[in-house]
Design a binder for this molecule. Structure first.
Ligand SMILES: CC(C)(COP(=O)(O)OP(=O)(O)OC[C@H]1O[C@@H](n2cnc3c(N)ncnc32)[C@H](O)[C@@H]1OP(=O)(O)O)[C@@H](O)C(=O)NCCC(=O)NCCS
Length: 279
């Protein structure tokens, strides 16, 4: 193994996607090549390269409108940990967002929170990652309607109200991917996309639990194989639906912020995150 001084830092390009995917898969994450391509195209995604081992650490800053951005994909190869590499890459991502006049938000794994607290990030909300098998949703009265890629404009405004920024590019990318299915109901919507290890449900945006239940139940009934989703703990009735469908809690995520004291958007409308990498 080389020294940290000999590591070369560079902005990732589309040519680095296979190496980045190998790193996220190595630590058991669900991101796909689509996700990495999106970060590289829309954000600043940086990596540290060792002459022999190749890409050994990554981090991404993804700016959104409305004064904030997301930091994510903070991964350090297990052989290179506890040598300050995550702190170094985080410093660059924070500087990138500050340079664009944006506060930094992120969704931290328990491992990540150890690094971020030391940098001044404060926890503002909690999610739980749920994991289970599709096809086993509890029965509910009404089903949600399928959303087509042409219906994008119908959900962008509802999403912006819930998340706090207009994410047209992200939702358009999700809906265009092979294997994505989306539904709408009562002004809300849900997207389910294919991940590297499991189908990923999110975002789920709805104005109430009653409006959210048909969306979640329809997606669970439709899903096949392993499913992951990140539910805010402020939606206990949806947690009960997941339990009734045989889902289990896998790990918590903390939504944290630096340079702002409140979350953007409205968590009474955002039930399931797009994913910890996108907010
Ligand atoms: C989280 C992760 C990125 C940390 O990378 P790293 O390069 O080892 O972190 P750093 O060396 O920069 O650590 C910075 C500080 O964070 C804290 N920290 C990091 N890892 C820690 C651990 N395992 N236990 C306790 N504190 C820890 C320490 O305060 C550390 O400073 P110190 O070493 O001077 O005490 C790495 O463990 C990882 O890739 N984990 C799997 C993926 C993941 O969960 N990423 C976070 C997503 S939100």
């Amino acid at each position: 193994m080389g020294t940290t001084e000999a590591l070369v830092e560079a902005a990732l390009t589309q040519a680095d996607v296979p190496g980045a995917l190998a790193l996220s898969a190595k630590v058991g994450w669900n991101q796909t090549a689509h996700d990495w391509r999106l970060f590289i195209a829309h954000g600043r995604t940086i990596g540290l390269f060792d002459q022999e081992a190749g890409l050994i650490a990554t981090a991404a800053a993804l700016p959104y409108d409305n004064g904030f951005g997301y930091i994510s994909m903070v991964i350090v190869d297990p052989e290179w940990r506890r040598r300050g590499l995550a702190r170094r890459l985080m410093g660059e991502c924070i500087a990138t967002l500050r340079g664009m006049g944006r506060a930094a938000l992120l969704d931290a794994t328990p491992a990540g929170a150890l690094v971020y607290r030391g940098l001044g990030f404060v926890e503002l909300a909690t999610m739980e990652r749920w994991e289970g098998e599709g096809g086993g949703a509890a029965q509910i009265g009404s089903a949600a309607e399928r959303l087509m890629p042409d219906d994008l404009d119908k959900i962008v405004e509802a999403d912006a109200l819930a998340f706090g920024s207009q994410r047209h590019f992200l939702l358009e990318d999700f809906l265009a991917r092979p294997g994505t299915t989306a539904w709408t109901h009562d002004g809300g919507y849900l997207v389910m996309r294919q991940g590297h290890r499991a189908a990923q449900i999110g975002p789920l945006v709805a104005s109430s639990t009653d409006a959210a239940r048909p969306l979640l139940a329809t997606a669970l009934a439709h899903a096949r194989g392993r499913v992951f989703l990140d539910l805010f703990t402020s939606w206990p009735k949806l947690a009960a639906l997941l339990e009734a469908s045989g889902f289990m809690r896998q790990r918590p995520y903390m939504r944290m912020a630096l340079d702002r004291a409140t979350l953007p958007g409205d968590l009474r409308r955002l039930a399931i995150a797009a994913g910890p990498e996108f907010g």
